[in-house]
Design a protein around this ligand. Structure first.
Ligand SMILES: Cc1ncc(C[n+]2csc(CCOP(=O)(O)OP(=O)(O)O)c2C)c(N)n1
Ligand SMILES: [Mg+2]
Length: 1073
């Protein structure tokens, strides 16, 4: 029997109404609806015995009893003995004596253990009620310090939140001490197994026990850990903080710490002097952050970590870059100089930039990699991105336990408690496909957020309480005690290396200046800032301490300071010679070897050999090979059968097209990762990438037997990851973006349950995906699959907000790009992201494969279908996917209308599923010869060339854009100006670019297709030289008309009838001639 079971077994025998029964209720939950009811209000119930750590307590008792029955109180001994001997329920339990003052309910020992009525002897000691009660009280005192010691620790350098020492002890030990007199303090007590304060001693005087506990838990370090459910982990932490002498540092370590503090302080002081009016979000008041990070890195490196992926906000970022990452100081200083950028990108402010450095760790003499992920101002938004990047590094390095790659996340106190993404990120920490095997969190807790102090910015006692949800230990530490900080850093690194779980270091500090260096903090925080002004900087405090201890001399302190000053000054002078800044110096995820030797405008083929399609299709339609006992659900079997039929008839539906794209990439060695809510099955139950054996194994209620066909296509294929995510868009999308940053040769896909929900991840979309390349010259080929379509499912299950993605594209609606043979790929290269609404499996197949075939990486946003997943008309023949085929940015009309274009009265452009409705309605109306319908598959960048060609073919046709979304939504506002530009060419056009187009060697190609742009009289020239753009013609020559739903505030009606009426109307508007 394992211990948990024994515990449950024993607790089940406690009679109702007893403290043990209360513990049982608390630990395992009671009857329905009462599980969260408080335990009975007995004196014991009010004690920590019945708080969240009571399971540990009972288990500890039991473990101790197993080892030595005498080590626990006799009541426990009796209980465990009786229960183990099979006592009937209710009879095993003997109530322990009350720890409180005797009350009317107090039960003397003699009455519950008749055999002990005459004060029995144990060895030479006479056991009495008092001896037992005193020992129990001492045990209670020990636990009280472990649980609540942190609440009276001296954590605050400002002393504002420090508990009055005269009341402190009482707050922790409550009534346990009431029974002891001054003389009792000299009495020795046997130490229980739950403490390490004795070191090698088995017993200590009470005074010493308390002193040691206060040293461990109530000085500069406050440890919160007793909520952790694992006894092993609790014991581990107790040992790390209680063992005598654990915090001792030798003089070498102290000198190193002082040197690091000197740099941290010196850097900020130097910047303050040289750039006094510049914002830098200095670290003053938390200079210890630099030695802290370095300590974490040193220790972790010695434990095997080779790569550190870090995320951090503004505060102290430049200092971290300089002194932790060792970014060249000149690069940092030039950021202050206001120089022109010498390379691509719009850049970012200096305290957001990322970096990547490889360097030797001098302490461990090992090479390490350090990356700080670039981030926006949006607090905490980079957390999941860092986690995704870390996970990817671990994945590609085969570091399945996180021994080589470690993520470190830095936080501000206000942001850590205020921003929901912190919670969402914590919930990824233990998920199999998202874990980074433990993150070290460091909070720069300066007790203020901009102008607001904690009383007004959070409701939890600590800013770190959010970390408790994942059972992360939290080490609060006074940042003005550098040695204490080093100790918690060592423990945090050891914890992470031992248990591979998250851990939090809360550096309780202050902010010496305003929010930034230009801010006046006294406006809003006079008390805090009056105190701060009286405080000596930590470097002075620590230097004085070491001088007093004789570890350093004042001369040495000065020497180290001067030496660093000199380094800074030299770099400053060098930086002054620079005339340009380079954005490429700040890349956080360099892709070495990816771009080199590639033609930047050459795309590899995306069609594949038919045998490959067949092989993948067959595997994807089959049960696991050699697993005759794998029971497949009947419904799934039907799906597999119909897949197989499709493969045999050389066609693919959506799921097959997707599987063929994934499978062929896997075959070529490209890792594919598909992540999102319920993606394994697919929201619409069409995908089924993971088959579940339908017979649960004996002895377990969890069915763990699964089969993933795409992961088993070829012996030497790349790995395929498909993983259901936590129910978070913000964190999971951020995570996948981070994952995509590590390896360009991977197809990383995030799928929303419905596209509608992508806006809870808006910050990742706006701040990272759409603008990341421009700000940080960081590329990503991340794919977003967003189910989209007006199918009567109401306002929150209809729209992925296509219009927003299109509005954020960086192509100019008024500029016709120059035409050339590589027009399409140039467009892709120039734009910030690709937006598509595919209408066929072949189209989807090619566009997914194109992500990897491109010589660069761009995010791809795809509006994905719902009803099309099963629509027979929306299938593709293998002929559209085999070698020689490619992605069709636009499907031109291919039916009867195309045979006699002169006869066509209207050319409808549309995108996505509405195409099939239009085709059906056109057929029913008998207008197949009069109306041509073209589908735009890739909306952005806009396929000007193909649209113009189609328009040219139907030269006399009216142009209509038909969409199912409301007029102020969907693609209309993106399409309209672009069709106008395409039709008029000179709508708003940059004179310079027209020139480029005309001068290009491909003019003949251009002229051939679009002769009307080259009238014999020559194109209209701007009358006067234009600054950059000239509005030449205002009236479109061939206007495009809108057909679709009218404007609306809501994305879709919730009323079925209205939906049907609207759908009918849009078809009529589109087709009525
Ligand atoms: C999402 C978001 N909301 C608001 C802000 C504006 N803002 C910038 S810093 C800051 C205070 C942050 O306080 P804290 O997290 O304690 O960090 P500190 O500046 O004190 O180091 C605020 C509110 C922001 N950058 N991001
Ligand atoms: Mg703060």
């Amino acid at each position: 029997m394992n211990r948990a079971r024994v515990l449950s077994h024993l607790l089940s025998r406690a009679p109702p109404g007893t403290p043990l029964a209360a513990a049982r209720t608390f630990i395992y939950g009671g009857t329905r609806g009462k599980a969260s009811a408080p335990p009975p209000p007995t004196a014991l119930a009010a004690e920590p015995f019945l708080n969240g750590s009571s399971s540990n307590y009972v288990e500890e008792m039991y473990t101790a009893w197993l080892q030595d029955p005498k080590s626990v109180h006799q009541s426990w001994d009796t209980f465990f003995r009786n229960a183990s001997a099979g006592a009937a329920p209710g009879t095993a339990y003997t109530a322990p004596p009350s720890l409180a003052e005797p009350t009317p309910h107090h039960v003397p020992l003699s009455s519950i253990a008749p055999a002990m009525a005459t004060s029995p002897m144990v060895g030479d000691v006479q056991i009495s009620d008092k001896v037992i009660d005193d020992h129990l009280a001492v045990q209670g005192i020990i636990r009280a310090y472990q649980i609540r010691g942190h609440s009276i620790a001296s954590l605050d350098p400002l002393g504002i939140n420090t508990v009055d020492p005269s009341q402190g002890r009482q707050l922790v030990v409550r009534n346990y001490m009431n029974r002891f007199s001054e003389e009792d303090m000299e009495r020795s007590f046997k130490l229980p197994m739950s403490t390490y304060v004795g070191g090698k001693e088995g017993q200590l005087p009470l005074k010493e026990i308390i002193k040691r506990l206060e040293n461990a838990y109530c000085r500069s370090i406050g440890v919160e850990f007793m909520f952790i459910n694992s006894l092993e982990q609790c014991n581990w932490i107790r040992q790390k903080f209680e063992s005598p002498g654990v915090m001792t540092m030798d003089s070498l370590e102290k000198r190193l710490l002082l040197a690091r503090l000197t740099r941290s302080h010196g850097f900020e002081a130097f910047l303050a002097r040289k750039f006094s009016s510049e914002k830098r979000f200095g670290l003053e008041g938390c200079e210890i952050l630099i030695p802290a990070m370095k300590q974490v890195i040193d220790r972790s490196t010695s434990l095997g970590v080779e790569s550190f992926v870090m995320g951090m906000p503004h505060r102290g970022r430049l200092n971290v870059l300089a002194n932790v990452c060792r970014k060249p100081l000149e690069h940092i200083f030039t950021q202050f100089a206001g120089l022109e950028s010498a390379d691509e990108g719009s850049g970012d402010v200096k305290y957001h930039l990322g970096t990547y450095q490889e360097r030797l760790n001098r302490v461990t003499n090992k090479n390490i990699r350090l990356a700080i992920v670039a981030n926006p101002s949006h607090l905490e938004a980079c957390d999941p991105v860092v986690q995704g990047k870390t996970r990817a590094e671990q994945f590609y390095h085969g570091d399945s336990e996180g021994k080589k790659v470690l993520s470190i996340l830095l936080h501000g106190d206000a942001a850590f408690s205020g921003q929901g993404i912190v919670y969402e990120t914590f919930h990824l920490s233990e998920l199999p496909e998202y874990t980074t095997h433990g993150t070290i969190h460091i909070v720069v807790n300066n007790q203020i957020g901009f102008t607001t102090d904690p009383r007004m910015s959070r409701s939890s006692p600590y800013c770190t309480d959010v970390a408790r949800v994942v059972n992360a230990p939290i080490f609060h530490v006074n940042a003005d005690d550098p040695e204490a900080v080093m100790h918690v850093c060592n423990v945090a690194a050891d914890w992470r290396s031992t248990f591979h779980k998250d851990v939090v270091i809360d550096l309780v500090c202050y902010r010496r200046n305003g929010h930034n260096e230009i801010d006046e903090p006294m406006f809003t925080q006079p008390l805090m800032y009056t105190r701060i002004r009286k405080l000596k900087p930590v470097i002075e405090l620590y230097a004085d301490k070491l001088i007093n201890e004789g570890v350093v001399t004042p001369e040495e302190v000065k020497e180290v300071k001067d030496k660093y000053e000199k380094i800074l000054e030299t770099a400053f002078v060098e930086a002054k010679q620079e005339t340009q800044v380079f954005n490429k110096h700040w890349i956080d995820s360099p892709w070495s070897g990816f771009f080199e030797g590639k033609d930047p405008l050459k795309i590899s083929p995306t069609g594949v050999h038919e045998d490959t399609l067949k092989h993948i299709g067959k595997k994807f339609s089959s049960a696991p090979p050699n697993a005759s006992d794998f029971v497949i659900h009947r419904g799934i079997q039907r799906i597999l059968n119909s897949r197989m039929e499709m493969v045999e008839s050389r066609t693919a539906d959506w799921a097959l097209g997707e599987a063929m794209a994934f499978g062929s990439l896997l075959k070529e060695g490209t890792h594919v990762r598909l992540s999102g809510q319920d993606v394994e099955r697919g929201t619409f139950s069409h995908r089924h990438h993971v088959l579940h054996h339908q017979k649960a194994f004996r002895d377990t209620s969890v069915d763990k037997s699964q089969y993933n066909a795409l992961a088993n296509l070829y012996r030497d294929q790349a790995p395929y990851t498909v993983c259901n995510s936590s129910l978070s868009e913000y964190a999971v999308l951020g995570f996948e973006l981070g994952f995509s940053m590590t390896n360009p040769n991977a197809l990383v896909i995030w799928e929303a349950q419905f596209g509608d929900f992508n806006n809870t991840a808006q910050c990742i979309i706006d701040q990272f995906i759409s603008s990341g390349q421009s700000k940080w010259i960081r590329q990503s080929g991340l794919v977003l699959l967003l189910p989209h379509g007006m199918e009567g499912m109401g306002p929150e299950h209809s729209s992925a907000r296509l219009e927003r993605f299109l509005q954020m594209t960086s192509d100019d609606p008024d500029v016709l790009p120059p035409f050339s043979d590589d027009f399409a790929i140039r467009q892709l290269s120039d734009i910030n992201w690709i937006v598509a609404n595919c209408s066929t499996p072949a189209s989807y197949f090619h566009i997914l494969r194109r992500q990897i075939a491109l010589p660069f990486r761009k995010p791809l946003i795809i509006m994905t279908p719902k009803s099309l997943l099963r629509l027979p008309e929306a299938r593709s023949s293998f002929d559209e996917m085999i070698e020689g085929t490619e992605f069709q940015r636009m499907y031109p009309e291919a039916g009867p209308a195309s045979n006699n274009p002169a006869n066509v009265k209207r050319l409808i452009f549309c995108s996505g599923r509405v195409y099939y409705d239009l085709v059906q309605a056109r057929k029913e109306a008998g207008l197949e010869e009069k109306i041509a319908i073209a589908r735009v598959e890739q909306i952005a960048p806009f396929p000007y060339d193909l649209v113009m060609k189609e328009c040219a073919k139907y030269a006399d046709a009216e142009l209509v854009w038909s969409q199912e979304e409301h007029k102020n939504m969907g693609a209309w506002s993106y399409i309209q100006p672009r069709i106008a530009t395409a039709m008029n060419h000179e709508r708003h056009i940059s004179s310079e670019r027209v020139k480029i187009a005309r001068d290009s060697e491909d003019q003949s190609w251009y002229e051939y297709w679009f002769p009307w742009f080259f009238p014999s009289s020559g194109p209209p020239e701007p009358e006067s030289p234009a600054p950059s753009q000239v509005h030449v013609a205002s009236k479109p020559k061939r206007p495009v008309r809108y057909a679709g739903r009218p404007v609306s505030a809501s994305t879709a009606t919730g009323n079925k009838k209205t939906h049907i009426r609207e759908s009918k109307q849009l078809l009529e508007d589109s087709l009525a001639l």
